[in-house]
Design a protein around this ligand. Structure first.
Ligand SMILES: [Zn+2]
Length: 445
């Protein structure tokens, strides 16, 4: 090996293989011969042709020195770029007959997984970038097609999933998500089951009825069900019914998370605001315009200006003022530390929303009444329901960022990745990228 090949082999860094030749190619794949005295223009592909240094290894059991079964043709893998040049690895793999496990598989390739067209390290980098960058940027940065970026990202995320132990579910959350307008799927919703302790989604399925949850329940064993101590969901009845219908889970505490209870209250408040300001003539309409988010925000989270504006609105309409106050009371109630205090606080809210004349608030009243036990259970068990809200936010930003996802499996995988966020720290990021580095073959013989 000459000095040039030696350096290139060191840089390429794929154990057991060496660079035997290089060439330049244009983006279309034709050979490009650099003009003497001129630089190679950016964007030209650098092709590294690899050869084996050691005997072939079985990709399945890592045994060294299988018998040649079949010589395959040249294959190419995209690798991490080198300065302004995309890099391609070229190699003609062999199919080897393993003396240990007896398979006739393609030999172990240090840089890529089977059936992949990119190196592992490129896939990890693509996934890391796609975590915080729009698809357009990632695709342009690595000179890859959009769908290639998606697939590479998925492969990297799958690799990461493979390193994780299956969690023991002790507290679960069930939530429904709207898939958005832009798709032709017969289902408009998906149901997502998540681990409340870590906040990570663990299962998803189309639809949002009892049958959907039953499908998930069919995937877990009785032992796993015995570990589940609590279930939290929004106020969607079928979820509750599905859990209660399962003999192993019928007895576990079932709570409604405060995020969804407050959301329901907010809907009532919004409706009331509309009926007051928008069906009451031009003058009132002008006053009510742009106040939707104002009345939905908690008083303590409103700025001084917002509070002043709210006071103005309330001075105009006592009904709205009282309704806002009731929602504030409900917010407080949901924070109650034990059963007795949450029951007392909820009863007070029920008392104040009882009047049939105030239709939106009465609807809220009926809704709280019919879910009373599950809301009270909240005060009793205090599960980490903030996770559901966080998951909800991740979902919304994911769907918003990627208008019209058609591949829902991808969407779910990505949601899990974003929630678990393995690249939150420097160490975690390094570990994630290291998944692209070929592992030392300690197990080999
Ligand atoms: Zn083998």
């Amino acid at each position: 090996m000459g000095q040039r090949e030696k350096s290139l082999t060191q840089i390429a860094g794929v154990r057991g293989f060496k660079v035997i030749a290089t060439r330049w190619e244009s983006a279309e794949g034709t050979v490009y011969v650099p003009v003497a005295g001129f630089d190679v223009p950016p964007g030209k592909h650098f092709v590294l042709q690899l050869g084996r240094r050691w005997s072939a290894r079985c990709a399945k059991c890592l045994a060294i020195g299988g018998k040649l079964h079949e010589q395959l043709g040249l294959r190419r893998w995209r690798d991490l770029p080198w300065s302004t040049h995309p890099v391609t690895i070229e190699y003609a793999p062999q199919r080897v007959k393993c003396h240990r496990c007896g398979t006739n598989g393609v030999e172990l390739l240090a840089w890529a997984d089977a059936y992949q067209r990119q190196t592992r390290r490129l896939q990890q980098h693509v996934a890391l970038d796609a975590f915080s960058m729009p698809l357009l940027h990632v695709a342009t940065k690595y000179a890859l097609e959009w769908h290639t970026v998606r697939r590479a990202e998925l492969a990297a995320i799958e690799r990461w999933e493979g390193t994780r132990a299956k969690p023991t579910l002790t507290q679960i959350g069930i939530d429904e998500k709207w898939l958005g307008r832009r798709h032709k799927n017969e289902h408009k919703f998906v149901t997502i089951v998540s681990d409340l302790v870590t906040g990570e989604p663990v299962w998803w399925g189309y639809g949002r009825d009892e049958a959907t949850v039953a499908k998930w329940l069919a995937t877990i064993t009785d032992d796993e069900k015995a570990q589940i101590k609590l279930c939290a969901s929004d106020m969607h009845r079928p979820f509750h019914n599905a859990i209660r219908a399962d003999t192993k889970l019928a007895h576990i505490p079932y709570v409604h998370d405060p995020f969804h209870v407050i959301k329901r209250a907010g809907e009532a408040l919004s409706e009331l605001r509309r009926s007051i300001f928008f069906r009451a003539g031009e003058e009132m309409r002008a006053l009510g315009r742009g106040t939707r988010w104002l009345v939905l925000r908690a008083w303590e989270n409103s700025s001084v200006d917002q509070q002043a504006k709210l006071r103005e609105l309330f001075a105009l309409n006592g009904k709205l003022a009282r309704a806002y106050q009731v929602v504030e009371e409900l917010r407080m109630a949901l924070r109650a530390p034990d059963r007795a205090s949450i029951v007392a606080a909820l009863n007070h809210v029920l008392f104040r929303t009882e009047k049939r004349a105030n239709v939106p608030m009465r609807k809220l009243h009926d809704s709280i009444r019919s879910h009373f036990e599950e809301i009270v259970a909240l005060g009793e068990h205090r599960p980490p329901t903030g996770r559901i809200e966080a998951l909800n936010n991740s979902w919304e930003s994911l769907v918003r960022r990627a208008r019209g996802y058609r591949d829902h499996e991808y969407l779910f995988r990505k949601l899990r990745f974003i929630t678990a966020n393995p690249v939150r720290t420097e160490d975690g990021t390094r570990r994630f990228l290291a998944l692209g580095v070929p592992p030392p073959y300690a197990l080999a013989s």
